[in-house]
Design a protein around this ligand. Structure first.
Ligand code: PMP
Length: 316
């Protein structure tokens, strides 16, 4: 769907997946004026389809749009477009336990602009793709390297919104880490260079003596929807959860650590390497808390447990 001059979006339509036309002078191609979202649709045991907290994605896109000087679809338009796209592709939603349908909404400055400025026109689109389970055989721990030379975000920057440029800045750090055999990079804050921020595409949690801590989202960290959900699930299970500054030393001294995100769901951290020292966590990283939270969240997402919070949206 495209924006009109007053910044509202006209009703969109379904199209077959394929290349789109884009003005070479568009705001997104030249100045990175683009935002995206990521959410999943799961198949229930009875064959029906569930979305997990889609309104949160709509709200996050609207918050990001404000930072990026873009108009955004209303919550209702966003939800309707997600539902329409998923229902049109329902045959691609894998059976329960075999994965999910990943949904990628994109909002971009598609109008032409020569000097640095917001574009005069915007396009909102959604594409989908089936994805397998992140872990094929149960939980597999990830190995992180703590990065001190590269930063993902700075105070006052765009780290707190899901803009495309944030991902451009992590490509090199991630490539170097993978070449050295690590799964991903954990970034530190760019001011003190000692507080945890997040991984390239997920949030981080640290567990010490049954207390769960995660960096507070103060503009440099993406407020993950899985993060927010896990905080509530953990509190519901009786854990104390703290959102605050968490230092890299606390991570090295933790009993266990895990990452959260739409793609990774809950991923235990097997090891962390910082300044050349590698710390390995017990049970190859698959700690009891990570396991319990993974199971509680995935059961909810697949409609296998009672959705007391009203987080899932049934589609058919
Ligand atoms: N941080 C970053 C940088 C991300 O790209 C993502 C994935 N969207 C997350 C955290 C986790 O967010 P969510 O739980 O909403 O997927």
């Amino acid at each position: 769907m495209k924006s009109s001059e007053d910044g509202t979006f006209a009703k969109g339509e379904l199209q077959h997946f394929g290349p789109i036309e884009l003005n070479p002078a568009s705001g997104v191609l030249n100045y990175g004026q683009g935002l995206f979202e990521g959410l999943k649709a799961y198949r229930k045991e009875d064959g029906s389809i569930l979305l997990f907290r889609p309104k949160e994605n709509a709200l996050r896109m609207r918050m990001g749009a404000e930072r990026m000087c873009m108009p955004a679809p209303t919550i209702e338009q966003f939800m309707d477009a997600v539902k329409l796209t998923v229902l049109a592709n329902k045959r691609w939603v894998p059976p329960i336990g075999k994965g999910s349908l990943y949904i990628r909404p994109l909002l971009m400055g598609s109008g032409a602009v020569l000097g640095v400025a917001p574009a005069p026109e915007y396009t909102f689109l959604i594409f989908v793709s089936p994805v397998g389970n992140y872990f094929k055989e149960g939980l597999a721990p990830i190995n992180l390297i703590v990065e001190n030379d590269f930063h993902r975000a700075t105070p006052g920057g765009t780290g707190g919104v899901k803009t495309i440029g944030n991902y451009a800045s992590v490509l090199k750090a991630q490539k170097l880490a993978k070449e050295k055999g690590y799964s991903d990079v954990l970034y530190l804050d760019s001011v003190h260079k000692k507080y945890l921020e997040e991984v390239s595409s997920c949030n981080i949690f640290v567990v010490k003596d049954k207390i769960i801590s995660t960096p507070a989202t103060k503009g440099t960290i993406l407020p993950g929807i899985t993060r927010k959900s896990i905080i509530d699930v953990a509190r519901g299970l009786g854990y104390q959860v703290e959102e605050r500054l968490v230092s890299v030393e606390e991570l090295l001294d933790a009993n266990e650590a895990f990452c959260t995100g739409t793609a990774v769901v809950v991923s235990p951290v097997g090891s962390v390497t910082y300044l050349g020292n590698r710390v390995e966590y017990g049970n190859r990283g698959v700690g009891a808390v990570s396991q319990q939270l993974y199971s509680a969240l995935t059961r909810l997402q697949m409609g296998l447990s009672d959705d007391k919070m009203g987080w899932t949206v049934k589609l058919n």
